[in-house]
Each structure stands twice: as C-alpha cells, then as structure tokens.
Design a protein around this ligand. Structure first.
Ligand code: SAM
Length: 251
C-alpha cells in the first residue's frame, strides 16, 4: 500500500506575511541572520527580574498574561518599538510558538516566558514595575470544580494594582458575559474603570487568537481598561479587596 505523504507546515520565506484564520499575523519574516532571541529560559534564583538588563535598555514595560500564541505581543512589539514587552503563559507549548514567531520577526523588544502569572508578579516583580498589563480572554473554566483556577481573583487584582506603575493600566477582554459581569463589578471598585463599548481605538483590530475565534462564532467581545489609582494607601486598597466577591459564576 502506498504510504500517505506526511503533511508539514510550509517553510516561511523571508518577507512572507503569515496568516491565522485568514488574518495576518503582525510582522514580517526576516532572513535568518536578523532573527532575535526572545526566549527567557532561566529565572533568577530569587527576587525581581531586572528587565532593563534583560533588554539592554530602559523602556516602559508591557506584560501580556496568558498570552497564548502571542498575537497581541507580536503586534504591540511591531507597532511600539520604544516599549519593552514581556509575554507569559503557564503552557510551555504556546510559548514555544510565540517565541519562534517573535524570533523570526526580529522583535528584540519582546521576551517570552513559560510561567504562571501569579508567580511572575508575586515572586519575580517589584512594585510599580509595569506600565501596562494585558489579559485577553482568561480561561472561563465552565466546570464548577475548576472555578478556583479563574485568574481574576481579588488577591490577583491586589497584586496587579501593586505591581502597576502609578496610573499604569490593566487591559482586559473576554467573550464570556458572566466573566465580564464579574470584571465590571470588581474592577470599578479597585481601579478607575472604563468599559470600552466599541472596538479598541488603536491597532491591531484583532488583539488575540481567541478573539478571532470568538468573533467567527458570532460571540460578543467585552473590553475595558482599569487604571491604577494614585489616591489610595495600601490599607485602603486591602480593605476594598477584602470585601470583593470571589469569581464564582456560571459560564
Ligand atoms: C483562552 S486562552 C487565551 C490566550 C490568548 N490571550 C488569546 O486571547 O488568544 C487562556 C490562556 O491563559 C493561559 N493561562 C491560564 N491560567 C494562567 C495563569 N495563571 N498564568 C499564565 N497563563 C495562564 C492558558 O494556558 C491559555 O494559553
């Protein structure tokens, strides 16, 4: 019997634009000699990561938590060369895809790391380190037994508030109405909260892989920006956090 041909991904030529669900992946593939090295494979033994040393320059820092295949960070890395970008996901496989794409596009202003969001912010970040934190489509965990894994808990919001720079911004997006209702309730109590009723005013149009999938399924996309308050003491913040509900809802 004739052996079936093995299907392999087509080799990408320099100058080529890559597509995902028919939407271009930002950036252009460069010749190999111009590729970047964007993987962070080793963490310091303890304490905050010195990102200025990692990037070899001081620049505002943007963090993408649960970055999946990295579409947002690739786009932001291309459109904002004057920012340093860090993208993390707890799943090493997706980080490998994202890293490879950033390398091929020569995005020296991006770094990718397989790590849990809580661990990065709690153990490896100092207070007021990040200018922007982005969380696109955090997993909703429909199974009630998995509810406790939801990322946006009051404790996590407290940590994010501390780790953001003064007036730093948290960008969130989801296609789950129940998660959105929770976000709306808690974010307005902790941050200056601005739900965005239209599309993001800036590029790129599709911020993430999950957004493309959700929109193809006809799902509504919910978005908002939470700005760190500058007028609160830590004890005021803790008091507010202690009164927030846990993310328990049906999706
Ligand atoms: C639904 S996907 C969304 C991926 C991407 N942001 C997007 O919109 O296409 C959620 C991602 O968050 C990651 N994730 C879940 N919990 C995490 C955590 N605590 N820390 C870091 N990543 C996490 C998952 O591995 C998964 O890749």
């Amino acid at each position: 019997m004739k052996k079936a041909n093995r299907v392999t991904a087509p080799a990408l030529a320099p100058g080529q634009v890559e597509y995902e669900f028919g939407i271009p992946i930002p950036g252009v593939i460069l010749p190999k000699e111009s590729w970047a090295h964007t993987a962070i494979k080793r963490l310091p033994e303890a304490g905050p990561i010195d990102w200025s040393a990692v990037f070899g320059r001081d620049a505002p820092l943007c963090l993408d938590i649960g970055c999946g295949n990295g579409r947002f960070t690739l786009a932001s890395g291309v459109s904002r060369p004057d920012w340093n970008h860090v993208a993390i996901d707890s799943l090493p496989t997706v980080i490998r895809y994202a890293t490879r794409r950033a390398n091929q596009r020569g995005l020296a202003n991006t770094r990718f790391l397989a790590i849990d969001g809580w661990r990065l912010l709690h153990d490896f970040s100092s207070d007021q380190a990040w200018s922007e934190i982005h969380i696109y489509h955090p997993q909703p965990y429909a199974d009630p037994r998995m509810e406790s894994r939801r990322m946006l808990t009051p404790d996590f919001l407290y940590l994010i508030h501390r780790r953001l720079k003064d007036r730093g911004r948290l960008f969130v997006q989801t296609d789950r109405a129940a998660y959105w209702n929770y976000m709306n309730t808690v974010l307005e109590q902790v941050f200056e909260w601005e739900p965005i009723s239209s599309e993001w005013p800036d590029e790129p149009e599709f911020r993430s892989r999950r957004e493309i999938q959700a929109r193809k399924q006809g799902l509504k996309i919910y978005r908002g920006i939470a700005t760190r308050r500058s007028d609160w003491s830590d004890s005021q913040l803790l008091e507010t956090i202690a009164q927030l509900p846990q993310p328990r809802f049906k999706v």
